[in-house]
Design a protein around this ligand. Structure first.
Ligand code: G16
Length: 500
């Protein structure tokens, strides 16, 4: 890095100082209050520009609204941690120089890089994008200063969708669904509906008995629900577990039709490996149900990155978190085999059930977004399967009976409405797909000592909020509620004020 580049970085970074006394950290998907993220977004912009230089490709920088409340925002970038926390411009420039050297990035001779900025509809987005733009123009200056030339360079057709009042909602307007204007994720959205199990704002008596769907802010989560008649605001929920079960039944049915097909020697010529991936949040009843269907079910820690990796081990891997985040993965190998087989079948047996089943699986692989959970394509798949099966949402809901559950959170000070306090959520480290807290000493034993019929409870540090999450299941709703309450009190005792 030459002197001009260094001084440009020093002066631009001094315009976006990091917040004092805050350790910014990357979790499931690092997030924090929007008011303290200016410096982080500026620094992530530098990182994006360096990556663009290194890869010589266009890099996207997305400022996203997922399920968090309107004051929160974040940047998904695991390597940005150190950059985000550099205390002053000198140290930041030092880190950049080190990064450039370690990653063997050629600054001299590079012409220009392209960074695409995307944002959503939170009020804080524009100022954050401004910080990122500033940084892109200063980086363009940096690159411009480099001598050029050396580097190349159910049957009921009505569906009502809650779009969380963010981007998914805007897209859904194109699909002519019913939406209202409001505050992102405030009393609306898949996370609210799934966790609180109540109707989102603006839904009500007019929606009784109708199949409803709820997305989160970046439209990568989906849950379905129905408002039963006579209910004030309670819903019957079909969460990620139910969506997973619906997809699994459909795929399994197509595979079994297909497996009736024999090769010339009378053997089934390919046995597709179908795998199901869930997390510990999955309702035990759904897991049992899927196992009873003869499916292979695995559990990973929370976070789609873990589920995705596991699901990729199968020919067809279906993964969903209870919160509605998931998708279906198809191996390249299996898809190639299926395509060839479909062509062969169409020559000899067009119109037969085996041929149709093969076409259905191929259609699912094209409809579903295999890169990431995509609520819009999943709505279409749910709708198609319900129609195919002739099932109402009530019928879908009857696959298994959920064990009652309750989710609570214990937060750091600053959330005024909180009941339970946690001084440092990182003090809790978990193992066994997050079922056991291996630190703080004594806390797991204390949790285990709280007994309720069919009761099970675990705690984990959130990756998206400064909270410890408490999740409890038990034989009745009252038991699940009081188990969760007792464990939240334990969290407060071990990790709250008195603990430090
Ligand atoms: C993100 C991840 C999800 C995960 C969730 C957990 O959700 O993408 O896979 O389930 O975080 O959040 P926490 O760690 O706070 O419980 P999203 O949809 O907000 O990106």
């Amino acid at each position: 890095m030459n002197e001009d580049q260094r001084s440009l970085l020093l002066s631009s970074s001094s315009r976006f100082p990091p917040p004092q006394g805050v350790k910014l950290s990357y979790g499931t998907a690092g997030r924090a209050g929007a008011s303290i993220l200016q410096s982080t977004v500026y620094r992530v912009g530098i990182l994006a520009a360096l990556r663009a230089l290194k890869t010589q490709s266009v890099i996207g920088l997305m400022i996203t609204t997922s399920h968090n409340k309107v004051s929160d925002n974040g940047v998904k970038e695991p390597f940005a941690d150190t950059f985000a926390n550099a205390p002053d411009p000198q140290q930041l420039v030092h880190l950049i120089a080190e990064f450039v050297e370690n990653e063997k990035i050629t600054l001299d001779g590079a012409k220009s890089v392209e960074i695409l900025l995307a944002r959503n509809t939170r009020p804080s987005e524009e100022s954050l994008v401004e910080a990122a733009k500033h940084l892109s123009s200063s980086f363009r200056c940096l690159v411009d200063l480099i001598p050029s030339g050396t580097h190349p360079n159910d049957v009921d057709d009505k569906l009502v969708v809650d779009g969380a009042d963010v981007v998914g909602g805007e897209k859904l307007e194109l699909l002519k669904t019913m939406l209202t204007a409001g505050v992102p994720n405030e009393g609306v959205g898949a996370d609210y509906v799934q966790k609180e199990k109540v109707v989102p704002c603006s839904f009500g008596s007019q929606d009784v008995g109708i199949r409803c769907a709820s997305l989160d802010g970046d439209a990568d989560r989906l849950v379905y629900f129905i408002v039963p008649s006579g209910s004030s605001n309670k819903i019957e929920l079909d969460n990620g577990d139910n969506i997973l079960s619906l997809f699994a039944i459909f795929i399994k049915e197509q595979l079994s039709i297909l497996s009736k097909e024999k090769d010339v020697n009378g053997n089934n010529d390919y046995q597709c490996r179908l795998g199901i991936v869930q997390t510990t949040y999955a309702n035990g009843a759904s897991m049992d149900y899927l196992k009873q269907l003869g499916l292979e079910v695995t559990c990973t820690p929370t976070g789609v990155k873990y589920l995705h990796e596991k699901a990729a081990e199968y020919d067809i891997g279906i993964y969903f978190e209870a919160n509605g985040h998931g998708t279906i993965l198809f191996s390249e190998h299996y898809l190639r085999w299926l395509e060839t087989r479909t062509t062969e079948l169409s020559d000899v047996a067009k119109g037969l059930e085996q041929h149709k089943a093969a076409l259905r699986i191929l259609a699912v692989s094209e409809l579903i977004n295999q890169a990431v959970g995509d609520a819009l394509s999943e709505v279409l798949l749910v709708e198609a399967i319900l129609k195919h099966m002739g099932w109402s949402i009530q019928r879908w809901n009857e696959f298994y009976q959920d064990l009652p559950s309750r989710q609570l959170k214990a937060s750091f000070l600053g959330h005024l409405s909180i009941l339970w306090i946690v001084m440092d959520r990182t003090a809790v480290v978990t193992e066994n797909a997050e079922t056991v807290a291996v630190t703080t000493p004594g806390i797991q034993e204390a949790i285990d000592a709280v007994k309720y019929p069919r009761g099970r409870c675990f705690i984990r540090p959130s990756g998206t909020e400064d909270v410890i999450r408490v999740y409890a299941k038990a034989s009745t709703q009252n038991a699940a509620d009081s188990l969760a309450n007792s464990v939240a009190e334990l969290v407060d005792r071990f990790l709250g004020f008195g603990s430090s």
